[in-house]
Design a protein around this ligand. Structure first.
Ligand code: GLC
Length: 473
């Protein structure tokens, strides 16, 4: 999928498959490609075990009210500063890449800054890469020496992160990449049964350590399950172990099973089956630190995405890519700080919202809570030049919501409580007497209290338009 001109990682993975696995495959390569591409998208996702689905609604409760989380991509690749795929994208010899482990020694306390920023930004949970595709573990493990405590850092960076998140009262998530470019069996497991056995045991073993050593973990965020199928990963057994160790945890769908939530990447797309979902997105175009990437989203763009997620009951997991020392790139700090300030004034329209079914707006997005509609105006239109011959646009600023079916009782600016005048007809709602300039920034929210659950019905609107046959001879 291409978003804003970026070819998404997942569409790349779908297109090329798993480099190591394909190289190791002497025949049946195209079958592997097809199988792995499906596995990577979760297209073949199997349903969860009964225990998982029985407790799902209760386990999801906090997460569905949270709506907003911080993703953190951080690891050896941050030292190079060209995103987290550098090893594969630039064909770096593994022996060279491994040298990074001798120099990755972030300053203590960095995770405290991330957690403080997340809190300020209004984010309710964090998800950090415990092991990315490069195979380097940021946590202490008995299963490999390729981990932060046994290399230059000399400390368990996952523990520091977890302590930091908890200190700010945030929920804790761990990202874990199944795909592994470093482990000797990471590619050949696709074709060699013994390698697969060893690699699957290693993978389950690392996950077991993560689920055992740090107290309560709130989210396990699997990533790329190439080059194996869910059956070969023994994903059901994997999840069963995870739930035995962490009964309240949430798992995503990227180990090839349905999981508790789906994970659209770099786009906001509600799960069509009604399953819980979380859109993950970068703040610029990169997950891992990229020194040259200055394509930052504006706070307005971030908030529009958040509104669009909340509109359909989804979550927004927004990424930071800290520098190798752990410091957060300044633009990320600024954007998230502004987002947080806005949420202090307008958070009710996001955090307490419920799934609604509103289409797009020509200058506003919508969320809802019970019978209350929230109109998030992201392009304040100012006044439309008043023309005698176009009485619909009277002097002054009018915002209009066509096709609103519920009867409106009251309207006000959410940030200040100042009442807003309105008129309603069967065609829709008109908010009048508004200021020339947007009263809030980057979005202005109007809280519209209705007598019943607000909905838009454009079909009904079309029927209400009296036809005068203009232009038809
Ligand atoms: C992709 C990428 C990866 C990133 C992840 C975030 O699958 O391979 O680099 O961590 O998406 O969703």
């Amino acid at each position: 999928m291409a978003t804003n001109g970026i070819v998404g990682r997942r569409s790349f993975i779908k297109a090329v498959g798993f480099t190591g696995g394909v190289a190791a495959c002497t025949n049946g390569g195209s079958a592997l490609l097809a199988a792995t591409a499906e596995a990577a998208t979760g297209a073949t996702a199997k349903t969860a075990t009964n225990t998982e689905s029985a407790t799902r609604a209760a386990r999801l409760r906090w997460w569905q009210q949270a709506h907003f989380g911080m993703f953190i991509h951080w690891g050896l690749y941050s030292l190079i500063g060209r995103q987290e795929w550098t090893l594969e994208m630039e064909g770096i010899p593994l022996s060279q890449y491994e040298l990074l482990a001798k120099h990755f020694n972030p300053r203590p306390g960095a995770a405290r800054e991330w957690a403080k920023l997340a809190k300020r930004a209004g984010q309710k949970y964090m998800v950090m890469t415990s092991k990315h595709h490069d195979g380097f573990c940021l946590f202490d493990t008995k299963l490999t020496n390729y981990c932060a405590p046994k290399q230059a850092a000399g400390r368990d960076l996952v523990r520091e992160y977890i302590d930091a998140a908890r200190a700010e009262g945030l929920r804790v998530g761990l990202y874990y990449s199944l795909m592994d470019w470093h482990h000797p069996d990471g590619a050949r497991c696709a074709t060699d049964p013994e390698a697969r056995r060893r690699f699957v045991d290693y993978t389950h073993g690392l996950i077991r350590e993560l689920m055992t050593h740090y107290g309560k973990i709130d989210i396990l965020w699997y990533d790329v399950n190439l080059p194996l199928t869910p059956e070969q990963w023994e994903s059901e057994r994997m999840n069963k172990m995870v739930f035995e160790l962490q009964p309240d945890i949430l798992v995503n769908n990227r180990n090839g099973l349905e999981g508790d939530f789906s994970t659209p990447e770099q786009n906001v797309e509600a799960d069509k089956s009604g399953h819980a979902w979380e859109a993950c997105m970068t703040l610029n175009d990169s997950w891992g630190y990229s020194s040259a990437d200055d394509n930052w989203k504006t706070p307005r763009a971030v908030l529009r995405n958040l509104v669009n997620c909340a509109r359909e009951g989804g979550n927004y997991l927004l990424n930071i890519g800290p520098k190798p020392d752990g410091s957060i790139p300044e633009p990320s700090v600024q954007i998230l700080t502004e987002v947080g300030r806005w949420l202090e004034r307008n958070g009710r329209a996001i955090f307490e919202s419920e799934r609604g079914s509103f289409g797009w707006g020509n200058y506003a997005g919508y969320t809802r809570r019970g019978n209350t509609l929230y109109m998030h105006v992201y392009r304040w239109p100012g006044s439309t030049p008043a023309q005698e011959w176009l009485p619909f646009y009277q002097p002054g600023v009018v915002l209009a919501v066509g096709a609103l079916t519920a009867k409106v009782k009251a309207a006000r600016f959410l940030a200040t409580g100042t009442p807003v005048k309105f008129e309603q007809s069967e065609l829709g709602l008109r908010l009048t007497g508004l200021p020339e300039q947007a009263p809030d920034s980057p979005l202005t929210v109007i809280e519209i209290e209705c007598e019943s659950v607000p909905n838009f019905s454009h079909e009904a609107l079309r029927e209400h338009w009296p036809r005068h046959n203009v232009g038809i001879s």
